[in-house]
Design a binder for this molecule. Structure first.
Ligand code: PLP
Length: 466
């Protein structure tokens, strides 16, 4: 499998190359040159497989020759063996039509573990082969950071520098990052928003003073391997609900558009997906883009669902590229316009293509609290605020009554226990595996929102590429 940039002017890479790359050098994002497609018979043969085995089969076409099937299977077994539930991503029924897919049974209680536990193993394998070092630089609005840090802490050949917006991640989220004291882990609190932090990370990828010395890698969902690993649970859930004979709809609490884009990939691969519901909070750029064609960034409003508090959704470019006929030159021009003005209109082809599969919705604070209350009072399920936003969108969406709607549960409710308690009166407990979080020592640097200072901090501590 080969990977091309959405902006059409970067070298083509194989899976190993794309895993170690971040943003493409032309500023675009890497996507497979074509979508592999499973026949109905192949889909039927995958039903009932254990999660790790299903993962290896779904991902193999994307991995190509970069790993043998045996290597890939071994990695999936190791990555998903760290999950606290035997089913890895269990499906829970709420009522006749609604289901919740629990993606939070990994080591850091967020769905990001599903992809990052595998990515940590991929990094180790590919870097070891090449005798190289990788400097991971990431920005997190909460869950990415802890999941990435857990996935690479102590691993050979990798240093990780994780920026978080000071005071805008929960205590649990911060401590999950800052209490990992492995010497290759560097946490940085910056003054500013998640978007400011992400802008610095993007800038570092284009900073030749840095890229000349270090191999800068990404763990944000701009990394293709992450999206690939997320495709798997759409298959797992749909098979349990009757696919490929029956269509299934998914509602996805969305921030950077990575998770829901994985659902789009699953549909391109032949999984019968009825609808993908993009759930946003009041930071609703994606809702405006999908409902009105208006992709324009405002300012970020902090909410009870911080992992969705972003205004620019990097992975949306991957969808626009695919829907716009995969024209890299046109995409580069459209994105140049967006970067200059922070606003753009979707083309008719992009709008119509998106409307065929996507619906969107926006939840404010009341909607979010009400969804948490309904899940608890009517169904006995305690949901975190992100998942509740997904459920609100799922219940609002116009989906035929005989189509099951699966809401992706992206975080364990104990990560956001204050918001959960305010809405439901229930204070969720941290699971035993992270129970001593508030007794552990923390370590992190505090820097101003200044790029030069952050770059100097990284340059002093990172290991050169080779
Ligand atoms: C990261 C995250 C999201 C958003 O996922 P994207 O792939 O960025 O759209 C939603 N909920 C939680 C809890 C998250 O950690």
């Amino acid at each position: 499998m080969q990977y091309v940039s959405t902006r059409g002017a970067a070298p083509v890479l194989d899976f190993e190359g794309v895993t170690l790359a971040g943003l493409a050098p032309d500023g675009g994002l890497y996507v497979p040159s074509e979508w592999p497609r499973f026949s109905e018979a192949e889909l039927r043969a995958m039903r009932g497989l254990p999660y790790a085995e299903l993962a290896a089969q779904v991902m193999q076409p994307f991995v190509g020759d970069s790993l043998t099937p045996e290597q890939l299977r071994t990695m999936c077994t190791a990555a998903y063996g760290r999950f606290a539930h035997r089913a890895v991503t269990p499906l829970v029924q709420l009522d006749e039509q609604h289901w919740v897919l629990e993606l939070f049974h990994g080591p850091t209680l967020a769905f990001k573990d599903v992809a990052l536990q595998l990515l940590g193993l991929l990094f180790e394998e590919f870097l070891g082969r090449r005798g190289e070092n990788l400097t991971i630089v990431g920005a997190t609005s909460g869950d990415t950071g802890s999941a990435a840090i857990d996935a690479v802490a102590g691993r050979e050949g990798v240093d990780i520098f994780m920026l978080h917006p000071r005071g805008r991640v929960s205590d649990v989220q911060r401590r999950q990052m800052t209490t990992v004291l492995a010497p290759n882990v560097h946490n940085i609190a910056i003054d500013g928003s998640f978007d400011d932090a992400q802008a610095m990370v993007k800038r570092m990828f284009g900073d030749t003073a840095m890229t000349g010395q270090f191999r800068i890698g990404a763990v944000n969902s701009i990394n293709w391997a992450r999206l690939m690993a997320q495709v798997v649970y759409y298959f797992a859930a749909a098979f349990q609900l009757g696919a490929p004979e029956r269509k299934v709809a998914f509602s996805v609490p969305t921030g950077n558009f990575g998770d829901v884009f994985a659902g789009y990939v699953a549909a391109q691969m032949g999984l019968p997906v009825e609808r993908l519901i993009v759930a946003t909070n009041v930071n609703d750029i994606l809702h405006r883009a999908l409902s009105e064609g208006d992709y324009s960034a405002g300012t970020v409003t902090p909410t009870v669902a911080p992992s969705m508090d972003i205004q620019v959704s990097s992975n949306f470019e991957r969808l626009l590229f695919d829907l716009g006929g995969r024209d890299g030159t046109a995409m580069a021009e459209q994105m140049r316009g967006f970067e200059a003005t922070k606003a753009m209109r979707l083309t008719n082809a992009q709008r119509e293509g998106a409307a065929a599969l996507f619906t969107s919705s926006r939840a404010d604070a009341d909607d979010t609290a009400q969804a948490m209350r309904w899940a608890y009072e009517a169904c006995g399920q305690v949901l975190d605020p992100h998942t509740a936003i997904g459920l609100h969108a799922a219940r609002e969406a116009d989906v035929a009554a005989d189509v099951p709607v699966v809401t992706l549960a992206t975080a364990h409710p104990a990560k956001f226990r204050d918001a959960v308690e305010r809405a439901t009166g229930v204070r969720p407990h941290l699971p035993a595996r992270v129970g001593d979080l508030f007794q552990r020592e923390e370590r992190y640097a505090e820097l101003a929102g200044d790029y030069a200072e952050v770059a100097a901090f990284v340059a002093e501590r990172a290991t050169p590429a080779a």
